[in-house]
Every structure is written in structure tokens, then in C-alpha cells.
Design a protein around this ligand. Structure first.
Ligand SMILES: NC(=O)c1ccc[n+]([C@@H]2O[C@H](COP(=O)([O-])OP(=O)(O)OC[C@H]3O[C@@H](n4cnc5c(N)ncnc54)[C@H](OP(=O)(O)O)[C@@H]3O)[C@@H](O)[C@H]2O)c1
Length: 325
């Protein structure tokens, strides 16, 4: 038997409760991983409300990424052995003491990382990489505006943008939160609570604006950011942490010659696995050199998964939080 946090109704994080489950597997080609840390992602929160693209019927176990040690391998598994330190990826099921996944859902834990960093590496870096490089074609020397830069996928975009040689302007709701974005490589920051976003970015860019906007927030900040896009700029629609899906004026995109580009990191990987493998290798190479490292600000016991999700929702988190079984 093992324990997992199960979502028993689509009413939000409070509907999570600890339950004992029967061990199954590992079947052919599968691996059992003893979980040491679990990454908490915004989509987990949306799933507890039935508000994510993937809508699961309760009871289910949220959780898209974990890190731990291989406990047992099923028949035919060649590449992994008990004791290997790994990251395991899944669409759900991670809020648990153990997971059973196909062997190709594992990646080796980068040497500089502990389990907390491993559990928070893949979803955010995959999202930022797919958005900025595959979809946004970010070039060295371009200017990148990162909305939601103090959150999980935003902070990673700051780091990755800098690694690509872009000039990065990070946007957030407080100077304290933005200090972390600066530490992670932002060239300049804008606090939208105390500054007007458009005026501040125009002044930082001598009126020229930006080439790429990375937008996991939506709402008013997203609409305002379109006023900052240069000719042939790209607005990367990553998510709606503000809760508001922005509507854009097509005539404005036409007049200013910019593109509005949808980003779905998980679906992109399912549709083009070869491209996703290339991206993963590039991200792992950055991680191995310690150039890309998740910023984990807090750890909760697995039993407090609801509190962890609520801290994300109430913006009490800079970077990432993890759960520990
Ligand atoms: N497209 C994809 O493939 C993909 C993949 C993963 C995640 N996502 C989406 O990306 C979005 C962000 O995910 P995340 O994991 O980075 O979340 P997060 O860690 O909670 O970060 C969101 C950031 O948005 C800012 N924000 C602005 N208004 C907000 C509001 N009303 N409520 C909460 N936050 C607000 C917050 O920063 P300030 O307080 O500093 O403004 C916060 O740090 C989510 O919508 C998620 O579903 C998309």
C-alpha cells in the first residue's frame, strides 16, 4: 500500500485528501519510482476545479512531475536500475509516495540538482523553451518582456531568455518579488503596481518597445503589452494566471505587424516528439552546467498539498513550491 493525495470533487484544493492505494505494477516497460519531491504546478490547481484542458473525473491524483529514486523495474526495462536518481513526468498522478511510469517518462536527475530542483525542472523549462525558441523564435540581441516573471514558468523564461542572449525585462507585482527575477538574470524590472507598464518599458527601451512578450498572466497586462510590440513582434500566449483571458483587436495586430502565438508545451511535445527531445537535451545541457536551476522557495509535506496550491493562488510564492512525501 502507499499514500496519495486524491482529489475527490472538482471544488478546488480543499477537496484533496490523503488515501491509501493498492500497489500495482510495474508492468512490462514500466518503472516504480520512490518519490522524494513533487513539483506543484498551476495546472494542478486548475485540475482540482475541472478548469484545465485535461478534465479528469474524481477521484484522481494531481501532479505532473516528481523526482526520486528508481525502486523497481518491470520486465524488459533496460535503461534504469534500482537506486537511479530520476525525474518522472506524467499528466497526473504525482502527488503520491510512489509512481509507476513508462521508462521513457524518466530523465536522469541533473548532477547539480537535489530532488526539490529535479521535481520542478521539466514543466517550467519545457514551457519556457517551447514558447521562446520553438514558437517565439527569440534571437540573441532581441528584447524580451516577461509577464508573471516571479512565477514558475515566468522565472524560467527570464533565465532562458538571458541564456539566449536577449535583453530581458521582467514584470511583477512587488519590488521584493522582482529582486529574485533580477538575481536570475533580468536586465531590468517593472513593478506594475507602482509603475505604468507601457510608460516604464518605453522609457527602458528609448521608445522602441520589445520584440517578444512572454505572457502567462493574460488580462489587462497582456492587452497593455501589445502596445509595446515592435514590427514583427511576437506575443506568446502561455497562460491566464490573472484569471482573465484577454481579447485582442485584430486591426491593431495588422497595423503594427505583430503575431499572437499560442503555446501548449505538453501538446507540442506529443505532436513533435523529436523536437521535444532536442529541447530536452538542450535544457539538460544547461542544467548540467548549472546555468538553469529552479528557484524553490518553500517545501510542504504531501499532506498539505491544499495549502501549497493555495499559496500559489494567493501569490505567496516566488518561483516554485514542492511537496515532500
Ligand atoms: N502553455 C503552457 O504550455 C503552460 C505550461 C505551464 C503553465 N501554463 C500556465 O501558465 C500560467 C502561470 O503558471 P505558473 O506555474 O508560472 O504560475 P505561478 O507560479 O502561480 O505564477 C503566476 C504569476 O503570475 C502573476 N500573476 C498576475 N496576476 C495574478 C493573479 N491574479 N493570480 C495569480 N498570479 C498572478 C504572479 O506574479 P506577480 O504577483 O508578481 O504579478 C505569479 O507569480 C498558468 O495559467 C498555467 O496554467 C501554461
Amino acid at each position: 500500500m502507499y499514500r496519495a493525495m486524491r482529489c475527490t470533487a472538482l471544488t478546488g484544493p480543499a477537496a484533496l485528501s490523503m488515501q491509501e492505494l493498492e500497489e500495482v505494477g510495474p508492468g512490462p516497460g514500466e518503472v516504480r519510482v520512490q518519490v522524494r519531491a513533487i513539483g506543484v504546478n498551476y495546472p494542478d490547481l486548475l485540475m482540482t476545479r475541472g478548469a484545465y484542458q485535461l478534465r479528469l473525473e474524481p477521484p484522481f491524483t494531481p501532479g505532473m512531475e516528481v523526482a526520486g529514486e528508481v525502486a523497481e523495474t518491470g520486465p524488459g526495462v533496460k535503461g534504469w536500475s534500482p537506486g537511479d536518481r530520476v525525474i518522472a513526468l506524467m499528466r497526473h498522478g504525482g502527488y503520491a509516495e510512489q509512481v509507476v511510469v513508462p521508462e521513457d517518462a524518466l530523465i536522469p536527475l541533473p548532477a547539480p540538482f537535489g530532488f526539490d530542483e529535479g521535481a520542478t525542472f521539466h514543466v517550467a523549462t519545457r514551457t519556457a523553451y517551447h514558447a521562446l525558441l520553438d514558437r517565439g523564435r527569440l534571437q540573441a540581441g532581441e528584447t524580451l518582456l516577461v509577464l508573471g516573471s516571479t512565477g514558475g514558468v515566468g522565472l524560467t523564461a527570464v533565465e532562458l531568455g538571458r541564456l539566449q542572449g536577449a535583453r530581458v525585462i521582467a514584470v511583477g507585482s512587488s519590488d521584493e518579488r522582482l529582486a529574485v527575477a533580477r538575481q536570475r538574470g533580468a536586465d531590468a524590472v517593472v513593478n506594475y503596481r507602482t509603475q505604468d507598464l507601457v510608460d516604464a518599458v518605453k522609457s527602458l527601451t528609448d521608445g522602441a518597445g520589445v520584440d517578444v512578450v512572454y505572457d502567462p498572466v493574460g488580462g489587462e497586462l497582456s492587452r497593455a503589452s501589445t502596445r509595446l510590440l515592435r514590427w514583427e513582434g511576437r506575443l506568446l500566449v502561455v497562460g491566464f494566471a490573472s484569471g482573465e483571458i484577454a481579447a485582442y483587436a485584430a486591426n491593431h495586430a495588422l497595423l503594427k505587424g505583430y503575431s499572437i502565438v499560442g503555446v501548449r508545451a505538453g501538446e507540442g511535445a506529443r505532436r513533435d516528439p523529436a523536437q521535444a527531445r532536442r529541447a530536452r537535451d538542450a535544457m539538460l545541457a544547461f542544467a548540467a552546467k548549472d546555468h538553469l536551476r529552479p528557484h524553490v522557495c518553500r517545501a510542504y509535506p504531501l499532506a498539505q498539498a491544499a495549502e501549497a496550491l493555495q499559496s500559489l493562488e494567493s501569490r505567496g510564492v516566488v518561483g516554485r513550491v514542492v511537496l515532500r512525501p
